[in-house]
Design a protein around this ligand. Structure first.
Ligand code: ZN
Ligand code: ZN
Ligand code: FE
Length: 761
């Protein structure tokens, strides 16, 4: 029996080879009908024998191209007609065709094979791509996703490329960045002043590789911006790059040619292996094997951030130089945004890069590398950026259009539309002027390509955040302030599709967030839903002597905590390293309560422990003390937790608990006196924190009956804390939710702000 069905497919189904896939399925089965792009995705009409049509529909999803993502599939019955062929109907010119834009994708196996095949017309062509791979998001100027609206617009396809582009059975059918040696973008090697360097054999890649081998710093234009590359096995070159970039201890990311090399350098388990090989090609944090690479790559760090090549150019560079590992760090000066434009790169990398490997395909949107790690077999995003953006987070209910502007550090923004929440790429620390401009660019660009006109702007309550001030200066939209830790918890709820009808217990642990009482929060237990929250418990307030200075100098927090608990600082070798005069000054500040904002920050507690332990008195990058403290604990098998005290809070509307640390310091000082190894002390501290948080969870469940727990905030990037607390809570029969797709830290804040504001407006 002949039937005709209509199939409406939504999701990421444009620009990812979906129409050729459908065309092939239909023509192979001699089915008739048509396919066309629609604002929501694609619409198919298919006609033939009913069992063949059914087989077609089944394979539509099961054999869908790798980059597509079907979010909805609706079937309808149609009257059959006289169609005998299957055709691709061109979308009407100018019609607003809007669907999900694909992120940038690592070069696929087919293209890699052609890249290395001397008989192929694209042999060694650094910009080879097809519908299954290549740049997307970073070359989009406007929608619809069509070559004319990308940075490929200036390259006119040669007849060979055009024929591929027009052939529905070709892998390059409607591959917008399609190009070859004859018609596409070209590479050039420039010297530090931007003058082309000509070499004998006119091979910029071979010349760049030779310079890297000689220990030079080469800036390499990638997908989302420039990298600064040096040979990672050459410690002098690595030191050189650190010096020139003004980057003291913060680890460098390292690109390795293949999985086998990654396994030589680091411990790679099955889930990490999968992460390394994802088409998104994130940087994956992995436990480093001893003496794998020079210490200077990641000083005093037990992990290495590794990633695999993702552009054809990367592959060619490794092949030309035979490198075992290349440092590939963001092409910028310390914390500025990554450079994307050739001239901009020459300007801002002057004095850092010796030469620049550039090309004439413009990057329209900067997009840093993403950073992930695997925790207990599940991925965790540290920085969600290239490869993942602009794929939305799928929500369990439709929301009005909201723009959430995020926090101050590791800023991202978020736009909601229906059941999609679009997080931006990593924007950075807004106190930096360059990042602030990038923030404004990103807001404008994302609104345009996603066609979202927000009715509401959500912002953090901190009056001095640049994002907050920007939001408050907007006219003609409703504005909703969202408390920082409430946003963390809501972000976790949204990612896990919780409906918000019942409250959750939210552990929001991080460094800094503005509290509703004007103090700096960060060790918070909230009883929350999307609309609001109660503060059920928090770390006791302690002064931060010198404010921001106490973040850069953890020893100040050690003094603050000991003073708060009435303990005398006995002659600890760790504190002896602090200048006596400075310590004296801080003690006086504490006594007189001058420039001592109050904080319940979990990050500052970690800082204080790290300083007392002699791990670190001052930090060179965010959370350095906490990270080094965590690593110490890995070596210990101690099972004896330090004690915290829970004190009933009398003031305030709701009854809650204050987490006091006095017993912790007493035990720790005794251990220090008895020369207990630092690793054991670190471990006992982590175990103690887990124990007191689990105790609070139990008491709260008793009081309220709530047994769902969300773990969010930057402190949960600490796996000693996250994995142990999660395991303990599951043991205690709680339902535990945390993050996978969205960062637990401030990079995920904007999602929480958006979903809260959407329910409050
Ligand atoms: Zn490909
Ligand atoms: Zn061509
Ligand atoms: Fe935070």
């Amino acid at each position: 029996m002949v039937v005709r069905k209509g199939i409406e497919v939504s999701g990421v189904v444009q620009g990812v080879g979906f129409r050729p896939h459908v065309y092939r399925l239909a023509t192979e089965r001699r089915l008739a009908g048509q396919i066309r792009n629609t604002p929501a995705g694609v619409d198919i009409e298919i006609q033939g024998e009913s069992d063949v049509v059914e087989d077609f529909i089944a394979r539509l999803s099961s054999e869908a191209p790798p980059l597509s993502r079907i979010t909805d599939l609706h079937l309808r019955d149609l009257p059959s007609n006289g169609d005998v062929r299957f055709v691709i109907v061109e979308s009407a010119r100018g019609a607003a065709v809007q669907t999900l834009i694909s992120p940038d994708v690592a070069v696929c196996d087919d293209c890699r094979r052609e890249l290395l095949d001397p008989r192929d017309r694209r042999y060694r062509y650094p910009f080879i791509n097809c519908t299954n791979c290549g740049p997307r998001f970073t070359i989009v100027r406007d929608i619809p996703y069509d070559r004319a609206y990308t940075s490929m617009a200036r390259f006119t396809m040669c007849p060979d490329c055009q024929a591929e582009y027009d052939n529905p059975l070709d892998r390059r059918f409607h591959a917008q960045p399609n190009a070859c040696w004859r018609c596409g973008p070209q590479l050039q090697l420039w010297d530090a002043s931007g003058n082309p360097i000509s070499s004998d054999d006119d091979d910029p890649i071979a010349e760049a590789a030779a310079r890297l081998q000689a220990g030079e710093v080469v800036a390499v234009k990638g997908l989302g911006g420039f990298h600064l590359a040096v040979d990672a096995t050459n410690s002098r070159a690595v030191d050189f790059l650190r010096e020139r970039k003004g980057r003291v201890d913060k680890p460098f990311a390292v690109m390795v040619p293949d999985l086998a090399t990654a396994e030589q350098l680091c411990e790679v388990d099955a889930s990490a292996r999968a992460l390394l090989q994802q088409v998104q090609r994130p940087i994956v944090l992995l436990p480093r094997k001893p003496e794998s690479l020079p210490e200077a790559v990641a000083p005093r760090n037990l992990d290495l951030g590794l990633f695999l090549p993702y552009t054809p150019l990367h592959h060619l560079l490794f092949a030309a130089g035979g490198f075992r590992a290349l440092v590939m760090t963001s092409g910028n000066r310390s914390e500025e945004p990554i450079a994307i434009d050739n001239e901009e790169a020459v300007r801002c990398l002057r004095g850092i890069a010796d030469s620049l490997l550039v090309h004439d395909r413009d990057i329209l949107l900067r997009c840093d590398d993403s950073v992930v790690r695997s925790a207990g077999g599940a991925p965790r995003q540290m920085r969600r950026s290239r490869g993942y953006i602009p794929m939305p987070v799928f929500l369990n209910e439709a929301l009005p259009p909201v723009l959430a502007v995020g926090g101050e550090l590791k800023n991202t923004i978020c736009l909601t539309k229906g059941r999609h929440a679009f997080l931006s790429q990593h924007i950075g620390d807004l106190e930096n002027l360059g990042s602030y401009n990038f923030f404004e660019e990103a807001v404008e660009h994302l609104q345009r390509i996603l066609e979202i006109e927000p009715r509401v702007i959500a912002y953090d309550l901190h009056p001095n955040y640049f994002s907050t001030r920007w939001a408050l200066a907007r006219d003609g939209v409703e504005k909703v302030g969202v408390q920082h830790h409430h946003a963390h918890v809501a972000s976790c709820m949204a990612e896990n599709g919780l409906d918000g009808k019942a409250k959750v217990i939210g552990f929001a642990l991080d460094g800094t967030g503005y509290g509703t009482d004007g103090h700096i929060w960060g060790g918070e237990v909230l009883l929350a839903d999307y609309v609001g929250f109660e503060r059920a418990a928090h770390l006791a307030y302690v002064p931060m002597p010198g404010g921001e200075a106490a973040i850069r100098e953890p020893w100040r927090m050690a003094l603050s905590y000991l003073t708060h608990c009435g303990l005398k600082l006995e002659d600890l070798p760790s504190m002896a390293r602090v200048e006596a005069k400075k310590a004296e000054l801080v003690l006086r500040m504490l006594e007189k309560k001058v420039n001592c904002p109050l904080t319940s920050s979990c990050g500052r507690l970690f800082d204080a422990v790290a300083a007392l332990l002699g791990v670190r008195e001052t930090v060179n990058y965010e959370a350095q003390a906490a990270i080094e403290l965590e690593m110490l604990a890995r070596d210990s098998t101690d099972e004896c937790p330090y004690c915290f005290a829970l004190v009933e809070e009398n003031e305030g509307v709701n009854e809650g608990w204050i987490i006091e640390t006095q017993p912790l310091w007493q035990e720790m000082l005794a251990d220090l006196k008895h020369k207990v190894p630092a690793s054991a002390i670190s471990r006992r501290f982590h175990l103690g924190l887990v124990a007191v948080l689990a105790e609070i969870a139990s008491r709260l469940r008793q009081r309220t009956g709530v047994d769902r727990i969300c773990l969010s905030g930057g402190s949960f990037n600490n796996l000693q804390l996250f994995e142990r607390l999660q395991a303990r809570l599951i043991e205690d029969a709680f339902q535990v939710f945390s993050h996978r797709e969205v960062p637990a830290g401030d990079g995920g804040l904007s999602l929480g702000q958006a979903v809260v504001a959407a329910r409050r407006c």
